[in-house]
Ligand binder design. Structure first.
Ligand SMILES: Cc1cc2nc3c(=O)[nH]c(=O)nc-3n(C[C@H](O)[C@H](O)[C@H](O)COP(=O)(O)OP(=O)(O)OC[C@H]3O[C@@H](n4cnc5c(N)ncnc54)[C@H](O)[C@@H]3O)c2cc1C
Length: 493
């Protein structure tokens, strides 16, 4: 069986960034397992029309690899994918990637002090396992009654069927989240009829996207410090956005801006009522777009708010009994977030899966380590998601922390590092206290930020700078470090 010091699962921003850090530290004995045939994660999978980031590109990129050539302030998906491919090639990551290799299960081997992995390309083992499988990488398709009997075309926005022509078709879009608000305006002019099934209207803000001028691009390529200054400015401006999640008065201004856009763009009071959120701004992800409302006012578009009762061979029946014939269903229904699929595949010290240990409420120490699952580190693990700033900032913070852990293991000659349960519990008690009173729990909505037990297990609930400070050094005192634990009496070695 092949053995590596480190195995990383995933080759999106997190996996690539971790690999670059390992290379910089002089590590060579590592591989990245990637189930797909290319790198890029989110930006490889989401090829739907109109896909782009909603955090400015100067910030939504690695701090050590600025890109002076972004075409617009919020770049489209193909550019972000090209950027990741370029960074991976430039920093020598590619030879370490094992494409078409899915991690199917991993079990901690106490005696051997290593993870034993089963992958779609055979077994391997690793001293340290780094899970960079992505917070939004497994599409969620709701289990709607009758869906299996549908005879038309159906696909999720993260698995867009580019072979299928939508021209003139009757199309149902299910969901009105971050992806739908981007692709619906792009396909609406071509389709015959579009039914947008909306469970909860999103809060929508004006989008400040604009093309980057030639002058800006020249400036950034000749004077990288100018781009770094711009990045810092954007970062600090966005840091203040977190205040609106924590303080009702701070979100009044944003609420007024959003409602003004709705009034200006949707003259019909009946449609406007359907599109007006009945929960507080920020409770769910705030969506930046200037195109969503104008699209929904077009004559070939209908917003359906009645819920779906049943799907038939060629139609959708809504809760009020109305039946709409459709050729294609597009799911803009998001991802498995709080039920992290990888957690069902990881078996810790006591043999239980991480999903069993978490029991619906993912939690970790600094979003990275879980007691009883030694030598395992998550990137973008529990409580590292953001509603206001770039996740790449959190990823880089965590990469630094994990690199510190690997160095500490080497320095101490420790083969096993396991976070102390009391450190993990105290950290999560702090997260819970910081979450209290925020709009995520008091805003009157249900969202993927809150898990099935009612706990915030997704969002880092405050400014990101304190997270950077907490992950600056690997805090050995929070961990039991040493040789493998003795095997329990009666165990077979
Ligand atoms: C459409 C969309 C737009 C977004 N826009 C923004 C934005 O503007 N700003 C922002 O901050 N965030 C945004 N996000 C969130 C985004 O997920 C993160 O910003 C970031 O891309 C996460 O990177 P990652 O490497 O952690 O995960 P991913 O990019 O999801 O990569 C994970 C990789 O792991 C692989 N993988 C998963 N499981 C396995 C397995 N068992 N075995 C092998 N390989 C596996 C996947 O195939 C994938 O390649 C967006 C997400 C989506 C879906």
């Amino acid at each position: 069986m092949t053995h590596h010091r480190t195995v990383i699962v995933g080759s999106g921003f997190s996996g690539i960034g971790m690999a670059i850090r390992l290379l910089r530290e002089g590590e060579r004995d590592f591989v990245l397992l990637e189930r797909a045939d290319d790198i890029g994660g989110t930006w490889r999978d989401n090829t739907y029309p109109g896909c782009r980031c909603d955090v400015p590109s100067h910030l939504y990129s690695f701090s050590f690899a600025p890109n002076p050539s972004w075409s617009s302030t919020f770049s489209p998906q193909p550019e972000i994918l090209d950027y990741l491919r370029d960074v991976a090639a430039r920093f020598g990551v590619r030879p370490h990637i094992r494409f078409g290799t899915e991690l199917e299960s991993a079990a901690w081997d106490e005696g051997g002090a290593r993870w034993r992995l089963e992958t779609s390309a055979g077994p391997i083992s690793a001293d340290v396992l780094i899970a960079a499988q992505g917070p939004l990488s497994d599409p969620l398709v709701p289990d709607l009654p009758g869906l299996g009997s549908f005879e038309g075309t159906a696909f999720h926005s993260a698995r867009w069927d580019h072979e299928h022509r939508l021209d003139g078709e009757r199309v149902a879009v299910i969901g009105t989240g971050a992806s739908a608000i981007q692709f619906v305006p792009k396909i609406q002019p071509a389709v015959g009829r579009m039914h947008v099934f909306q469970r909860t209207p999103p809060w929508v803000m004006p989008h400040p996207n604009r093309r980057m001028s030639d002058l800006e691009r020249k400036l950034y390529s000749r004077l990288p410090a100018a781009q770094l200054a711009m990045r810092a400015g954007i970062y600090w401006a966005r840091e203040t956005f977190v205040l609106q999640f924590r303080n009702r008065r701070m979100r009044e201004l944003a609420t007024r801006m959003a409602l003004r856009q709705l009034e200006r763009q949707v003259p019909d009071p009946e449609l406007r009522a359907k599109l007006t959120p009945r929960y507080e701004l920020g409770c769910k992800r705030i969506l930046p777009t200037d195109e969503w409302y104008p699209t929904l006012t077009q004559p070939n578009v209908e917003v359906v708010t009645d819920g779906i009762r049943e799907i038939k061979a060629r139609s959708i029946v809504s809760a009020d009994g109305a039946e709409r014939e459709v050729d294609t269903i597009i799911f803009g229904t998001g991802f498995h977030v709080t039920d992290i699929p990888l957690a069902r595949r990881l078996h810790g010290r006591d043999g239980r899966t991480l999903a069993e240990t978490w029991d619906g409420s993912p939690s970790a120490y600094k979003g990275a380590a879980v007691a009883g699952y030694p030598n395992l580190f998550f990137l973008v693990g529990p409580n590292t998601g953001l509603g206001h700033n770039s996740i790449v900032f959190m990823i880089e913070s965590q990469i630094n922390y994990v690199a510190g852990a690997l160095k500490a293991m080497r320095r101490r000659g420790a083969r096993v590092v396991d976070v102390r349960p009391e450190a993990q519990a105290a950290y999560n008690a702090e997260i819970d206290a910081m979450t209290e009173g925020t709009v995520w729990v008091s805003g009157g909505c249900s969202s993927y930020y809150i898990d099935r037990n009612g706990r915030n297990s997704t969002i880092w609930p405050t400014f990101t700078m304190p997270f950077r400070q907490r992950t600056r050094e690997f805090d050995e005192a929070a961990y039991a470090m040493g040789a493998p634990a003795p095997a329990p009496a009666g165990a077979i070695a």
